[in-house]
Design a protein around this ligand. Structure first.
Ligand SMILES: NC(=O)c1ccc[n+]([C@@H]2O[C@H](COP(=O)([O-])OP(=O)(O)OC[C@H]3O[C@@H](n4cnc5c(N)ncnc54)[C@H](O)[C@@H]3O)[C@@H](O)[C@H]2O)c1
Length: 250
């Protein structure tokens, strides 16, 4: 009997923030589509457990805001595989506070984990992907990076910047075969939103969306799969909103 072709057979994929939430759903889906998936996170126990459960290629400790940590993680992966084809810059943190009460340290922490991380990831992956003739990078933005958001000024600023970085990288790296796109999630049920809003508020907010529900990590993973696979071969520099219609209007 013929085996159905899988979308990511033989591809080496690195997903940051993969111990839980959207990154975990992407790791699961990419592994089921034949990729050699490396999960990266700072939550080592959860990441290692998930890597075992989905028979991933491995788990690496990676603090995405640290240049040294990127060097070590990429070194570990390339010594095992020789390269990398797919990078999802998914790790991120949120921070809620009125602008005037936001400390410089908090603003800089958000920049480090949400934006500088994405720059470091793209820079680390580029030579490896170029050496293999190309690759696909997906950066994770937010609808908070498409509009202004009260009490989310630091987070929103980093997510707007991720879009600028995505477009600039796409223009520069297209000629070496690397596509760079951004996913723009709306309200997704993950530990991040469960901790920030609580289950009841998520359900209520979800019910008010045009689609009538909050998003699930799998909704984002499906979009990520499209963007890292050959099916999106002509897409680069794009911003792909997946928000149940929240930005469409009211
Ligand atoms: N959940 C939502 O509604 C929503 C909406 C828009 C955008 N996003 C974005 O989606 C991405 C994934 O978020 P999520 O909802 O799955 O959140 P989550 O908190 O459930 O998962 C985020 C993961 O990132 C990891 N992480 C945090 N700091 C890290 C660091 N310094 N180095 C490495 N890993 C680190 C965490 O340990 C965690 O495993 C984030 O970039 C987030 O900003 C989420």
């Amino acid at each position: 009997m013929l085996q159905e072709a899988k979308a990511l057979t033989d591809k080496v994929a690195l997903i940051t923030g993969a111990a839980r939430g959207q990154g975990a759903a992407e790791a699961r889906l990419f592994a089921s589509e034949g990729a050699q998936v490396y999960l990266a996170d700072i939550l080592d126990e959860e990441g290692e457990e998930l890597a075992r459960e989905i028979a991933a290629a491995g788990y690496v400790h990676l603090d995405v805001g640290s240049e040294e940590s990127w060097k070590a993680a990429i070194g570990q992966i390339t010594s095992a595989t020789g390269g990398i084809d797919i990078l999802v810059n998914n790790a991120g943190i949120s921070h809620f506070s009125p602008l005037v009460d936001t400390s410089l340290a908090d603003f800089e922490r958000l920049l480090q984990v949400n934006l500088i991380s994405t720059f470091l990831g793209i820079r680390a992956a580029t030579p490896l992907m170029a050496a293999r003739g190309g690759g696909s990078i997906v950066n994770v933005g937010s609808i908070a990076g498409m509009t202004g958001r009260a009490n989310l000024s630091a987070y929103s600023s980093t997510k707007w910047a991720v879009r600028g970085l995505t477009r600039s990288a796409a223009v520069e790296l297209g000629p070496v075969g690397i596509r760079v796109n951004a996913i723009v999630p709306g309200l997704i049920v993950t530990p991040m939103t469960q901790e920030a809003y609580g289950e009841t508020a998520i359900l209520e907010r979800g019910a008010s969306l045009p689609i009538g529900r909050a998003g699930l990590p799998r909704d984002i993973a499906n979009l990520a799969l499209f963007l890292v696979s050959e099916a999106s071969g002509f897409c680069t520099g794009g911003e792909y909103v997946c928000d149940g219609g929240q930005l469409a209007g009211f």
